[in-house]
Design a protein around this ligand. Structure first.
Ligand code: NI
Ligand code: MN
Length: 226
C-alpha cells in the first residue's frame, strides 16, 4: 500500500488497484502539489463537512465517477449534487472491495459554508480508520485531543496515523504528541498545518516532541510504502 501526502489534510492511498483520496481540498490549497482537474480518485473519503476538507470532491467525483464515503448527513447533501455516495456513521465499519472504512469520533464542527452565506449541517465530524492488505491507517480529521484515542489504538493497531498539528482549529503540536502516545501508532505523520496563517507550525518541532521518535514529516507529494 502506497500512501502519499498532498498538503493540508489531503492523503492519497493506493491499494488493491484503487486510488482513495481523503479530504481532497485542492483548489485554494496553496501547499498542494495536485491539480483538481487532473487528479484521479476511485474513492473519496471525507472526515467532515468543512470546506477545507470537502474541497473539490464534487468536481472530482463527477469527472472520475468516484464513490464518496463519509458520514450519512454529509453524503446525503453531496448526493443531491449528483455524486455517488455511501453514507456511514461513527463506530460503524464497512468492507468495500478497496478496503475497510470505519468512522471514529472527532471533536470539531462540520458545517459547509455555501456561496449564499448559509451553513449546511453536515453531521458529526469524524476520523477515519482505513484497513487494507493487513495494514491500518488512522486519519484523525480535524479534532481536539481526546482520551479515547487510546481505545482506538487498542482496538485497531495503527501502522500510520495522520494527526493535525496546526493548533487554533485542532490539536496543536503538544496535544498531537500526546495523541500519538495514546494511539501507539507505528508511524505518525503531521497534517493540517501551514496552509493558513493561524495554523502555522514547524512540523520538525512536533516530530521532536514524540517520545517514541516515530514521526515522519511528508512534504506535499511525498509517499511512504507500508
Ligand atoms: Ni474542520
Ligand atoms: Mn480543517
Amino acid at each position: 500500500m502506497k500512501i502519499s501526502y498532498h498538503g493540508h489534510s489531503v492523503v492519497q492511498i493506493n491499494t488493491n488497484g484503487k486510488t482513495i483520496l481523503i479530504d481532497p481540498f485542492i483548489t485554494g490549497n496553496s501547499l498542494t502539489d495536485l491539480k483538481a482537474e487532473e487528479v484521479h480518485a476511485d474513492v473519496i473519503v471525507l472526515t467532515h463537512g468543512h470546506n477545507d476538507h470537502v474541497g473539490d470532491t464534487v468536481a472530482i467525483a463527477k469527472r472520475c465517477g468516484s464513490l464518496v464515503v463519509a458520514n450519512a448527513d454529509l453524503t446525503t447533501y453531496l448526493s443531491w449534487q449528483g455524486v455517488e455516495t455511501h453514507g456511514m456513521n461513527i463506530g460503524g465499519a464497512c468492507h468495500f472491495d478497496f478496503g475497510t472504512v470505519k468512522l471514529t469520533q472527532a471533536f470539531h464542527g462540520s458545517g459547509y459554508a455555501t456561496h449564499n452565506n448559509e451553513i449546511i449541517y453536515c453531521g458529526m465530524p469524524t476520523g477515519v480508520l482505513f484497513s487494507s492488505e493487513g495494514k491500518t491507517i488512522y486519519h484523525a480529521g480535524d479534532t481536539g485531543l481526546f482520551s479515547d484515542m487510546k481505545l482506538i489504538g487498542e482496538r485497531h493497531p495503527i501502522d500510520v496515523a495522520f494527526l493535525p498539528i496546526g493548533d487554533n482549529f485542532t490539536m496543536g503540536p503538544e496535544d498531537a504528541a500526546y495523541a500519538a502516545k495514546l494511539l501507539q501508532a507505528k508511524t505518525v505523520v503531521p497534517i493540517h498545518y501551514n496552509t493558513f496563517p493561524p495554523i502555522k507550525q514547524n512540523p520538525n518541532l512536533f516530530i521532536e516532541l514524540l517520545e517514541e521518535k516515530n514521526g515522519k514529516v511528508l512534504n506535499p507529494g511525498e509517499a511512504i510504502e507500508i
